[in-house]
Each structure stands twice: as structure tokens, then as C-alpha cells.
Ligand binder design. Structure first.
Ligand code: SUD
Ligand code: ADP
Length: 289
């Protein structure tokens, strides 16, 4: 038996960091949405009691360090499953990019082995389990558009943004999420108006969404990697309606309403940036799972 799952990337339309907690994590408020750049996960039933990860990407580990492996192991232990699984990952999402590629792979494995092993856990239970793997996994289990609170695992679903183009550009650098959080000075950083972003989504107000994109972590990463600001400037000059770094970076996204401008933005970055993608917002949960 084979189960196929799509694992889409996310972007953070807004990301606020409220305070550092006693457990070392930070309390956040993030408005997140999925885009149609996705890894493809193929799960094959194994009779032997083992988990095997296969990927042609040289950027992801193929052992227990892989978040997809950890998702299968968690499900196996939680539901005392005796069968195994072969996990093939077709990696299309840039790695360590602020796009939650690893978290989305893990979420796809949670959904997929639930079907493969006939476990019948509901989606909320999968999202709760996902939080044990990483802060972004619960959101990725659902996909769509949501407000994520706590350390990222408390999910409230939101209306999808109006359809638009998203240009993603990742410079040739990797960013450690842990380092970015460690270097953050919460008092001095920029803080988004999360409620205004939610209102703009509820009113399907594209201009309002563009006005309120903001990311508290952006200043930390741009200080470490000035390329991020250069990409933002290029996107703005080429006519983007809004530009922001996603998550802890270094990927920058542009929101663009007009078809004619999308290729202008793409062309302004191609050659400057090794990875540039033109994608659409997915927005709705039904289209991601
Ligand atoms: C910044 C965000 C925004 O969506 O995404 P990415 O840039 O990674 O995509 C997330 O908060 C990242 O989520 P995720 O990548 O799952 O983080 P985790 O593995 O749980 O944590 C990695 C490290 O980041 C720090 N961390 C993470 C989440 C949080 N709320 N507070 C933190 O301080 C901790 O130091 C932790 O050890
Ligand atoms: N399936 C996976 N896909 C991508 N990265 C993975 C995966 N499993 C583990 N990792 C590790 O997780 C780290 C973060 O990867 P990723 O989820 O792509 O980035 P981000 O957290 O910035 O969105 C990388 O250093 C990578 O080695």
C-alpha cells in the first residue's frame, strides 16, 4: 500500500514575539498561511518493524534526525504500531529557509501514516502530537491560514487571504532559528499589529494585509545577513505590493496582485538569488491536506 501526501511551505504574514518563557521558548503570535510550493511525500507500508527515510536531496538527513522520521516514530510509539514505513521525500522547499519545509514533511507523515496504518486519529490529535516534534508542526498538520500562539502550537483557524501571487527568494545562506531567537532584543524590535492583520483577512482586504505584514525577527536576521534587505529593496523597486522575511529567514516573500508585475520581480532577482519561486497562496485548509 502507498499513501501520497503534499507538504506545502508556509509564510508568516505577521510574526510577533511577546516574551521569553522559563522553558527557553518564546511566546509568539503569528499569522501563517500555506503557499503552493510543496514537498511530495510517498509512504510505503513495510511489514518489518522499521522506519526508512529516502531523499535525493543532499540537504536533509536520512536518519532519525529527519523530522519526517521523528513523526513516524512518534506515531509508532503512541499507537504501538508493529508495522513499518518507507518515507520518500521529494524535496522542493528550500531547506533552513523560514518556510517550515521540515515541519511540513513531519506533518504530512503524521497525516499519511495515520491512513497507512489505519489509526483513525482525528486531525486535532495529530496537531497535538505534532507539537512534540517542533513549534511549527501543529500549524502544518492543518495547513490553510491560522493564528498560531503559545510557542506556535495553539492554532485558531482564520479566513484565507484573497488570491494573489507570492514571489519567494532565498539567498545562498542558511539561518539557525535558535540563533535568531537568542539574538532578539524584544523591546527594541518591531512588533506587528496582529489584530489589524486578522481584521484585514476577515474583510478580504488585500491592501490592509499588505499594510500590516511585519516580523519581529526580521531585524535580527538582516543584521546578520544584509542580503535579506537587498532582496527586499529589489522586490519593492520592481513593484511588489508588500515584502517581508518569512519566519527566522532568510527567505523573503513579495505579495503581488497584478500578473504583469510578478515576472518583473522574478527577473529582478534571478541571477542575484539562487532560489526564486513564483507561487500562489493556498489559503484554504481543504487544498493542502
Ligand atoms: C521562526 C518560526 C516561525 O514560524 O519558523 P521558521 O523560521 O523556523 O520556519 C518558528 O517559530 C520556529 O519553529 P520551528 O522551526 O518548528 O522551531 P523549533 O524546532 O520548535 O525550535 C527551534 C528553536 O527555536 C527557538 N524557538 C522556537 C519557537 C519559539 N516559539 N521560541 C523559540 O525560542 C528555540 O530556541 C528552539 O530550540
Ligand atoms: N525533512 C526535512 N526537511 C528539511 N529539513 C529537515 C528535515 N528534517 C530535518 N531537517 C533539518 O531541520 C532544519 C530546519 O529545516 P527547515 O524545516 O527546512 O527550515 P525552517 O525551520 O527554517 O523552516 C535543517 O537544518 C535540516 O537539516
Amino acid at each position: 500500500m502507498v499513501v501520497l501526501e503534499k507538504a506545502p511551505a508556509k509564510i508568516n504574514l505577521s510574526l510577533d514575539v511577546l516574551h521569553k518563557r522559563n522553558d527557553g521558548f518564546h511566546e509568539v503570535e503569528m499569522v501563517m498561511t500555506t503557499v503552493d510550493l510543496a514537498d511530495r511525500i510517498e509512504l510505503t507500508l513495510l511489514d518489518q518493524d522499521k522506519i526508512k527515510v529516502v531523499s535525493e536531496s543532499r540537504f536533509v538527513p536520512n536518519d532519525e534526525r529527519n523530522l519526517a522520521y521523528r513523526a513516524a516514530k512518534l506515531m509508532k510509539e503512541h499507537f504501538q504500531v508493529k508495522q513499518g514505513v518507507r518515507i520518500f521525500i521529494e524535496k522542493n522547499i528550500p531547506v533552513a529557509a523560514g518556510l517550515a519545509g521540515g515541519s511540513s514533511d513531519a506533518a504530512a507523515v503524521l497525516r499519511g501514516v495515520n491512513k497507512l496504518w489505519g489509526l483513525e486519529a482525528d486531525i486535532d490529535e495529530l496537531a497535538e502530537l505534532g507539537a512534540e516534534i517542533g513549534s511549527d508542526v501543529s500549524f502544518c498538520v492543518y495547513g490553510g491560514t491560522a493564528l498560531a500562539k503559545g510557542r506556535g502550537e495553539k492554532i485558531t483557524h482564520l479566513p484565507s487571504p484573497p488570491p494573489c501571487w507570492v514571489v519567494l527568494a532565498k539567498p545562498a545562506i542558511g539561518v539557525s532559528t535558535q540563533t535568531v531567537y537568542q539574538k532578539l532584543n524584544i523591546k527594541q524590535a518591531e512588533h506587528p499589529d496582529t489584530q489589524a492583520m486578522i481584521k484585514a483577512l476577515e474583510e478580504k482586504d488585500f491592501a490592509g494585509i499588505c499594510t500590516h505584514v511585519a516580523n519581529t525577527l526580521e531585524g535580527v536576521t538582516t543584521k546578520l545577513h544584509p542580503e535579506v534587505n537587498q532582496i527586499k529593496e529589489k522586490m519593492s523597486e520592481a513593484g511588489a505590493d508588500a515584502v517581508l522575511m518569512s519566519g527566522s529567514g532568510p527567505t523573503v516573500f513579495a505579495l503581488v496582485a497584478q500578473d504583469a508585475r510578478v515576472h518583473r520581480i522574478y527577473n529582478s532577482l534571478k541571477g542575484f538569488c539562487p532560489e526564486v519561486h513564483i507561487v500562489r497562496m493556498l489559503g484554504n485548509r481543504e487544498t493542502t491536506c
